[in-house]
Design a protein around this ligand. Structure first.
Ligand code: AHR
Length: 527
């Protein structure tokens, strides 16, 4: 007993001196430590002719829920509430065997085609003009992908002419004949989809892709000079693929003609290991950093002032691993993934990555929008919002302005080597922080997003402002649920955003306890 007191005192002194004394974690916000402007276009989605995304999703003319254009009114409301900033269309793998002319003009003259990417029939009743009506209705910027598989560079040019040229040439006049007097003015165009993937119809090697994409870009820009072009970056992370070589080649060959390089990532939890799964957004962050390095190298080698910077477009990201067996992939109910709370936390993690890398990630599209690996899910007469809807909605509503370089001190963990999804690469992550955070600052208002990856434990966190004091009240929004496996369904959305009681703050610090398996958004003022 004699030695007990000194030992206790020593332990106490050590504990007092430890950086996290009295707290589990600490987040320091410094409004002067900035990363870059958060692009509104990181809150995009994706509409592909696949399963029930278009037909039976956004477009269902026979439905009592449809408006005069055949659009589902309940879907439009849910899309508007999601604040979707950018909608990529029409694929995906679909686009590599899609001829846009099949989908314009009088409905009774449109011919159905065999659709080979997903082994189905495409009726072509929904096409360019229907999509444009839809995005204008829901207030979203369109982003088109051209066919670099079976399509020609001339076909790509003609689509740009049809959409963007006011009058004169044949395809501009054709649009007018189809009832669209004004051009659609589509600003964002990608040069094909996943052209490095052996599964892609018309798959090319890097050299052939770059040659074709360069010539398509030339014709498309000559037709509509202001457009932004996105090159198809790597999507093939299978063990025998070399995604870095593909990205390096694309950037080296196309750096003077493209504005973005597109990257895709899908993750999952096939082994049912929560902590491994929670780390998967860090794979996206690693890949972002690698491609950022390649972009910087190319920009350095480009002649000074040769062109604007190149950015990353994560134009497909999501959780996708359950509805991925061959039977589920095809047909009308393809890729109907049903999400749970842990999936929503992973989505919040992806969004944190995009904000933390706001200097280089300027476009992101959750794949997809309705029914097909989607945040919105319909039946013939009902709709529910999947768990992944809620973090995306919170980010797109609140996370704007300048991204801040946070300092986060918290406990960490290491994962084992694991598959990040099906048929994907493996990873092993070290020092995964239990708190995953990002923040934005605009006009004195700071917004902090935090995922607590702890499955069982709350994390009590001291939140410190390095420059200026917190003032007034912080609003608190939380996405959580009874259990990490909790799912939403028709008539039941247990995982959703809940606004908690405001917290009064004064001075340069306050304490907040993040509940286990939660995503929290805190919004307040620093002055
Ligand atoms: O989003 C589903 C599919 O995933 C897309 O069609 C393709 O681009 C990717 O492989």
């Amino acid at each position: 007993m004699k030695n007990a007191r000194p030992a206790l005192a020593v332990m106490l002194a050590a504990w007092m001196a430890s950086p996290l004394a009295g707290q589990d974690a600490r987040i320091k916000i410094d409004v002067d430590r900035t990363i870059g402007e958060v692009s509104d276009l990181i809150y995009g989605n994706f509409v592909e002719h696949l399963g029930r995304c278009v037909y039976g999703g956004i477009y269902d003319p026979g439905s009592p829920m449809a408006d005069e254009n055949g659009f589902r009114k309940d879907v439009m409301e849910a899309v508007k509430d999601l604040n979707v900033t950018l909608a990529r269309y029409p694929g995906g793998n679909f686009v590599s065997n899609y001829h846009w002319l099949d989908g314009v003009g009088p409905w009774d003259e449109r011919v159905p085609r065999l659709e080979l990417a997903w082994s189905t029939m495409e009726s072509n009743q929904f096409g360019t003009n229907e999509f444009m009506k839809f995005v204008r209705e829901v207030g979203t910027e369109p982003y088109f992908a051209v066919n670099m598989g079976t399509g020609t560079i001339e076909e790509a040019q003609r689509w740009v002419e049809y959409c963007n040229v006011a009058e004169g040439p044949y395809y501009a006049e054709l649009r007018k004949k189809h009832g669209f007097e004004e051009p659609h003015n589509i600003q964002y165009w990608s040069l094909g989809n996943e052209m490095d993937g052996f599964w892609q119809i018309g798959h090319l090697n890097a050299e052939d892709y770059c040659k074709k994409a360069r010539e398509a870009a030339k014709m498309m820009r000559l037709t509509s000079p202001g457009i932004k072009l996105i090159a198809a970056g790597s999507s093939n992370y299978r063990p025998n693929a070399d995604p870095n070589a593909w990205n390096a080649a694309v950037l080296a060959e196309l750096r003077d003609v493209v504005d973005y390089i597109a990257l895709h990532i899908y993750v999952g939890n096939p082994d049912n290991n929560y902590y491994n799964y929670m780390s998967t957004p860090l794979v996206c962050e690693d890949r972002t950093q690698i491609v950022k390095g390649m972009i910087l190298k190319e920009m350095e080698q480009a002649e000074r002032g040769e062109r604007d910077p190149i950015y990353i477009a994560w134009d497909e990201y999501n959780v996708w691993y359950r509805a991925r067996t061959s039977a589920d992939m095809m047909g009308n109910r393809a890729l109907e993934e049903h999400y749970n709370l842990e999936d929503a936390l992973v989505i919040a993690g992806f969004l944190n990555v995009f904000v933390r890398n706001a200097d280089v990630v300027k476009i992101a599209n959750m794949a997809q929008l309705v029914n097909v690996i989607a945040p919105i899910f319909t039946s013939e007469d009902e709709l529910f919002r999947q768990t992944i809807y809620f973090p995306l909605q919170l980010f797109s509503e609140h996370m704007h302005g300048t991204s801040l370089d946070l300092h986060v001190e918290c406990e960490t963990y290491d994962t084992e080597q694991f598959f990040i999804g099906l048929a994907e690469s493996t990873t092993r992550q070290e020092d995964v922080p239990y708190l995953d955070a990002s923040a934005t600052y605009r006009d004195g208002e700071v917004v902090l997003c935090v995922v607590n990856r702890q499955m069982e434990e709350p994390v009590t966190t001291e939140i410190i402002s390095q420059e200026g004091s917190f003032k007034g009240e912080f609003r608190v929004y939380e996405v959580n649920g009874p259990d990490i496996k909790t799912m939403n369904d028709f008539g039941s959305e247990p995982v959703k955003t809940v606004q908690k009681e405001n917290i009064r703050v004064r001075g340069d610090r306050f304490t907040y306890t993040f509940p286990p398996h939660s995503f929290t958004l805190l919004k307040g003022t620093i002055e």
